[in-house]
Write a protein that binds this ligand. Structure first.
Ligand code: NCD
Length: 307
């Protein structure tokens, strides 16, 4: 039963619960008209303490497409946070006015702290360099829909594996499915953190800095940008920012049915010429993100199209 629960990290939900969400998302994709009013009279609080395009838009669009409404802020400066209010006081207050809250915050653990002080469901929309579970729902639904299965894949994750929270959440989530192999492709300075690797079996992954050598093994290539805002030193960012630029040439040895994913925003790491390759699915992926958030909101609110 997902009603009333929080989503702070992917493992908060069992595989069966995740499957329920994907099944509902696929139903919504088939028949969006059946869901136009299921959240009528419900309000989503959208608390974005850090910039966002896709995540905020997709959550807000999701709620509006379900017939609900949205209140919130997209800059902490325009809320009482700028007066020094604590996260727990903010969420208690937001809970007086809304039915469900989504929070993005630069501090790791902030949404978790909020959830502990909240009477309404709290969804983590990204906390610092830590986790981003709804991007993971998006990624899993994309893989399920386009590769037909969440098991039996070799997935290459490329770019900033140290600070990229979407990578951290996706690895945690994918490691729960059968026969998944990870290839971590990054410069040595931006390697995947140990706390993520430690949860994997040694023979389920390898690390490399060479995308061209790894690409032919992959069923899924998940590209990420170098996370400028998490660097303490701008020069270091400038040195690393163009470590990988995927182009048609580098895709030469990739499988015909490999899919190329990216949580977006893209900076330079995928050349726009790749957008025309049938393997490039990152904009489709963004669209799946809205549908999976519609399903998530419905489940956490416990609403149903027949209720
Ligand atoms: C990601 C994020 O915010 O972590 N964006 C997103 O939600 N789609 C990826 C990123 O910012 O690089």
């Amino acid at each position: 039963m997902l009603k009333g629960r929080h989503l702070i990290e992917p493992k908060d939900f069992s595989l069966e619960e995740l499957d329920e969400i994907f099944t509902l998302a696929e139903e919504i994709i088939e028949n969006p008209r059946d869901y136009l009013e299921v959240c009528k009279g419900k309000l989503l609080g959208s608390l974005f303490y850090e910039p966002s395009t896709r995540t905020r838009f997709s959550f807000e669009a999701a709620m509006l497409r379900l017939g609900g409404q949205v209140v919130g802020f997209s800059e902490a400066g325009s809320s009482s946070v700028s007066k020094g209010e604590s996260i727990s006081d903010t969420i208690k207050t937001v809970g007086c006015y809304t039915d469900i809250a989504v929070m993005r915050h630069p501090k790791e653990g902030a949404p978790k702290l909020a959830s502990k002080n909240s009477d309404i469901p709290v969804i983590n929309a990204g906390d610092g360099g830590h986790q981003h579970p709804t991007q993971t729902l998006t990624d899993l639904l994309t893989i399920k829909a386009l590769k037909k299965d969440l098991s039996n894949h070799t997935i290459g994750l490329c770019g900033d594996l140290m600070f990229g929270r979407t990578v951290h959440s996706l690895v945690k989530a994918m490691s729960r499915y059968e026969n998944i192999k990870f290839v971590f492709i990054s410069p040595p300075e931006l390697k995947i953190p140990d706390y993520i690797k430690n949860e994997l079996k040694d023979n389920n992954y390898y690390e490399t800095s060479d995308i061209e050598a790894a690409i032919e093994d992959l069923d899924i290539l998940y590209m990420t940008r170098v996370q400028r805002e998490r660097f303490l030193n701008e020069e270091e960012y400038l040195r690393l920012k163009n470590s990988y630029i995927l182009n048609n040439e580098k895709l030469k040895n990739a499988k015909e049915d490999m899919i190329i994913m990216h949580p977006l925003p893209r900076v330079n790491e995928i050349h726009t010429e790749v957008d025309n390759d049938k393997r490039a699915v990152y904009f489709k992926q963004a669209r799946y993100g809205m549908f999976v958030r519609m399903a998530l909101i419905m489940k956490l609110l416990g609403v149903d199209k027949n209720a």
